[in-house]
Design a protein around this ligand. Structure first.
Ligand code: FES
Length: 106
């Protein structure tokens, strides 16, 4: 085993867990598209070196999904829609230190 140092200041976990068709889960509420949009926006802002967008398994709040956790902020967004991506990115950028960009533009 080797041990390294995590190079990211923030990690954004997007639940993409998929359950049976009749069950409630984030995947049935567009969470894959939300994860892709978050990643695309982070890349477009040149933040990929500092911010990692990662798909996650169930965050145990399925009924409130799609769910997005941000570490080390301990921010937990529920009922996320594609229209919320910019707000989440702005929150993430605000906490970067030193901030690589002043603020994202829409
Ligand atoms: S399926 Fe996303 S929190 Fe459970």
């Amino acid at each position: 085993m080797e041990q390294g140092r995590v190079p990211y200041q923030k990690i954004v976990f997007v639940c993409i867990n998929a359950r049976q068709p009749q069950e409630t889960c984030c995947a049935h509420r567009d969470s894959e598209a939300i994860a892709a949009a978050l990643k695309e926006r982070v890349n477009a802002l040149g933040l990929a070196r500092w911010v990692r967008v990662s798909k996650s398994g169930c965050q145990d709040l399925c009924a409130k999904g799609p769910n997005v956790m941000v570490f080390p902020d301990y921010a937990w967004y529920h009922g996320v829609a594609l229209g919320d991506v910019e707000r989440i990115v702005q929150d993430v950028v605000r906490g970067l230190s030193p901030s690589p960009v002043s603020s994202p533009s829409p």
